[in-house]
Design a binder for this molecule. Structure first.
Ligand SMILES: Nc1ncnc2c1ncn2[C@@H]1O[C@H](COP(=O)(O)OP(=O)(O)O)[C@@H](O)[C@H]1O
Ligand SMILES: [Mg+2]
Length: 334
């Protein structure tokens, strides 16, 4: 069986954001190499197919490789994460099964406001929120008490998240909203700050997903605020990185684990995720609030999802093989 492992080449110029945001792009090649070697180890004829700045070249390479299925690791097109769904949409058009969530789930979950609206409509807890478009004045957040949290509406990997995301006053709120508008050229999402434990909940499957052992972020006391900033996620030498290390399995009472499972499974299914995904949750006073749904989380051996799988008794090669076999079993168009 021939599997094309498709992944993004790091672009020369970033379209938005800050230059340091590039680090989060650079993991893609390592991730692809790991998936490639896991597949090869399991006897698949795995071929790396990078997606650079040209779709015709990518399509030409794919047709030359003529795979039985695609292992899709693409997170956008040439640095633009907003085009992630369009890339995933190429494969069904070519009658190729691909791993991971399809274009609709990828597009939906990239938009935190749409995702929250869907979750709320189905009674899944998510922090109370307001949204501010560029050019609009910051609304009166009456009803939402400080501290509040400000983030971009449609980014991931903690882009645009710093200690300044936690705001205590109207002036700080206004300043951070202006920063999101200026730097990320999109709506700012204001949320109630959830002061509690934070979990990454990985799941496998499709309509009846299985939760893997949840991972908890252990926040050190020296942090300005207990949150995962961009620096904390990517800059390994920083105090924020060493102060936000994961612990898996998370120590949980049975009732807490059941609450996480219920909410994570509902969010996964409502958003239409497939094969693997991750739901980020903060729990306060026993209520698990969904921060976001990741339809295309990092699947490197060192990332959280693979760690949760290992803790749950699924070694990396088994995880990758299981995902690709699920894709191969799907009928066109999928
Ligand atoms: N409403 C909130 N209350 C408290 N912390 C939050 C809130 N929203 C986000 N955070 C913090 O910011 C981090 C990144 O936010 P998240 O919504 O998961 O975006 P991303 O897509 O960048 O991962 C979270 O891991 C969490 O630490
Ligand atoms: Mg997150």
């Amino acid at each position: 069986m021939r599997i094309a492992v498709c992944f993004n080449r790091v672009p020369e110029i970033l379209l938005r954001g800050e230059e340091k945001d590039r680090i989060s792009e650079e993991g893609a090649e390592h991730e692809a190499a790991s998936v490639h070697s896991a597949l090869a180890e399991r006897g698949f004829d795995a071929v790396l197919v990078p997606l650079g700045g040209s779709i015709p070249e990518f399509l030409g390479e794919l047709s030359r490789v003529a795979p039985d299925a695609v292992f899709n690791l693409c997170e956008g097109f040439w640095g633009d994460s907003h085009l992630e769904m369009q890339v995933a949409g190429l494969f069904p058009l070519l009658s190729l099964s691909s791993t991971g969530s399809g274009p609709f789930a990828l597009g939906l979950t990239q938009d935190k406001v749409l995702t929250k609206t869907l979750l709320e409509a189905h009674g899944v807890p998510t922090p109370a929120w307001r949204v501010v478009a560029p050019g609009q004045t910051v609304p009166d957040c009456g009803g939402l008490a400080f501290p509040l949290f400000v983030k971009p509406r449609s980014e991931d990997a903690s882009l645009g998240i710093g200690m300044e995301s936690v705001v205590q006053t109207a002036a700080e709120l206004e300043e951070r909203v202006a920063y999101i508008h200026a730097t990320y050229a999109q709506d700012a999402l204001i949320e109630a700050f959830i002061d509690g434990r934070e979990f990454n909940v990985a799941l496998l499957g499709h309509e009846a997903p299985v939760m893997l052992p949840p991972s908890e972020i252990v926040f050190a006391g020296h942090l300005g605020a207990p949150i995962v900033t961009y620096e904390g996620k990517w800059e390994e030498e920083s105090d924020q990185y060493t102060g936000t290390l994961p612990r898996c399995p998370a120590p949980l009472e049975p009732a807490e684990e059941a609450a996480l499972r219920g909410v994570a499974e509902r969010a996964y299914v409502l958003c239409g995720l497939r094969d693997y995904g991750r739901v980020d949750i903060r729990m306060a006073h026993g209520v698990p609030y969904v921060l976001e749904v990741n339809a295309n989380p990092d699947i490197s051996p060192t990332a959280g999802l693979a760690r949760s799988a290992r803790v749950g008794g699924i070694p990396y090669e088994d995880l990758i093989e299981r995902i690709v076999r699920d894709a191969l079993a799907r009928k066109y168009p999928a």
